[in-house]
Write a protein that binds this ligand. Structure first.
Ligand SMILES: Nc1nc2c(ncn2[C@@H]2O[C@H](COP(=O)(O)OP(=O)(O)OP(=O)(O)O)[C@@H](O)[C@H]2O)c(=O)[nH]1
Ligand SMILES: [Mg+2]
Length: 460
């Protein structure tokens, strides 16, 4: 279980971003939070008068921050006290809303630090929320994703995880496995009274858990693209319409388009949002044999861009024959998933025989925009392929642990079919339970906690 955060230091930090704004928020959390706040907060601008914070939990109080020694007024503020355990951190917590000047916020923070608090480490407020059992580890990780979300979809995903969707799915599977383990253990300890768990029962629970874990693990890939974005390279011969496609996606003339083959010399990268996924589109120099030194450097960059890509859009002029240079490009991208994009739909279809290992094939006109919606759907299918669930997705850490639990369940099934005794089954079951406990943070090492929270910003 989460350990209760007793005997912790009192921590403080500015929780709003650096720079000027309408307001800035300074937070204090821990056993001395109210005591420190009382030493600097007063209802009077001229003298430090006693305030009752404990009796006014969750109430916004207007007042002034005064320097304790000189009683000089630092700022006119709104202070909200939150008495433990009904606070974000589960401890006594004070939020001081001051004017949004970095100088004022810093001066208030310095006063607080001089009175016995220490500067909070990145994510330490959320770490305390986790330690006091306010949220599980998947929710704490979602807080970070929510803060860092750059698209609506990222934000929705993080909200879903923050509401506990991922944590509860993992812990529900875990509970079922714990119950099974309890029954197996009881059967081993009290064979007369309880008896062994029937193999049918065991199989049913294991198969059901495997299905649920597989579907959770399958969300990992979509989750990675949603969090980190998808890198897509547009690749093909000169003049097929790669830059026109980039411009269509962006809805403005970002790249130069001409009828002269070899127009794009250098890779051009632009970020767009497609189906809620941040996509880094890379328009590349067309691939052909060339004696031109600058063009050759551009083509070398195209090769590098293919290596970095999560997905390649292999573009051809659909009205022309698929020729030996296209064949060469096909071999250059053979290691990557690719979508075959037949452009210049308006000029007709040469009905070429196209590479069979493409994950999808689509006809468009980059000039008119025809087929762009279908291309967007192809990209969306690529991102969500394998995943039935467009709700919250597991992150890499949680996903790997779900896969580890799955492996243990596969071993368990093997042991059942090899007629192993039930105490051997218990070992695999325990391994699966440990992995799931680590995923939702009920049993997790100090090192993992430190790693998770180190990604946070100060003040959260
Ligand atoms: N008819 C027709 N012409 C198109 C279409 N897409 C692009 N073009 C034309 O094809 C020519 C080449 O387009 P670009 O977008 O510059 O082609 P590219 O693949 O970037 O070429 P490089 O930069 O030379 O590698 C231009 O004249 C475009 O107007 C299309 O869908 N239909
Ligand atoms: Mg171009």
């Amino acid at each position: 279980m989460n350990s209760s955060p007793t005997n912790l230091d009192t921590i403080s930090a500015i929780s709003t971003p650096p720079g000027s704004g309408a307001i800035a928020i300074v937070r204090i959390s821990g056993p001395l939070a109210f005591e420190i706040a009382c030493k600097i907060f007063s209802s009077s601008q001229d003298a430090l008068l006693p305030v009752n914070l404990r009796g006014n939990s969750h109430k916004a109080m207007h007042g002034f921050i005064l320097q304790p020694q000189t009683q000089i007024c630092v700022d006119d503020v709104v202070l909200i006290p939150y008495k433990d355990p009904a606070s974000y951190t589960g401890e006594d917590l004070v939020e001081i809303n001051c004017h949004g000047s970095p100088v004022i916020a810093r001066e208030i923070l310095e006063l607080i630090l001089s009175l016995g608090a220490r500067l909070a480490r990145p994510g330490e407020f959320t770490q305390r929320a986790y330690l006091s059992g306010k949220m599980d580890l998947t929710q704490a990780e979602a807080v970070m994703d929510l803060i860092q979300a750059k698209t609506k979809s990222q934000s929705r995903q993080a909200q879903a995880a923050l509401s506990g969707q991922i944590g509860s799915k993992i812990s529900n599977v875990r509970s079922d496995l714990v119950e099974l383990l309890t029954r197996i253990t009881a059967g081993i300890d009290f064979p007369e009274e309880v008896g062994e768990v029937s193999l049918d029962d065991l199989e049913r629970i294991v198969v059901d858990s495997k299905v649920r874990l597989t579907s959770l693990a399958q969300t990992m890939r979509a989750g990675r693209f949603l969090r980190e974005g998808l890198r897509v390279s547009i690749v093909g011969q000169p003049n097929v319409g790669k830059s026109s496609l980039l411009n269509q996606f962006l809805k403005f003339e970002r790249a130069i388009v001409t009828e002269i083959p070899g127009t794009t010399r250098d890779s051009i990268e632009e970020l767009v949002e497609l189906a809620g996924v941040p996509v880094l589109l890379v328009d590349t120099a067309g691939i052909r044999n060339t004696q031109d030194r600058v063009e050759q450097i551009g083509i070398d960059r195209t090769v590098a861009s293919i290596e970095q890509a999560d997905l390649v859009l292999f573009m051809i002029d659909g009205s022309k024959q698929f020729d030996h240079i296209d064949k060469k490009i096909e071999s250059m991208i053979s290691e990557k998933p690719f979508i075959m994009v037949k452009n210049k739909l308006d000029l007709g279809d040469a009905k070429n025989k196209l590479p069979e290992d493409a994950i999808d094939q689509i006809s468009i006109s980059a000039k008119s925009g025809d087929g762009m919606d279908q291309l967007g759907d192809c990209l969306s299918r690529f991102v969500f392929s394998g995943s039935q669930d467009k709700g919250a997705s597991v992150n890499e850490r949680q996903g790997e642990l779900c896969l580890k639990a799955l492996q243990s369940l596969v071993l368990l099934e093997q042991a059942v079919s090899d007629d192993f005794p039930q105490d051997c089954l218990a070992t695999d079951l325990k391994e699966a339970i440990i992995a799931l406990s680590q995923a939702c943070g009920t049993e997790v090492s100090e090192e993992v906690i430190t790693q998770v929270f180190a990604r946070f910003c100060i003040g959260k």
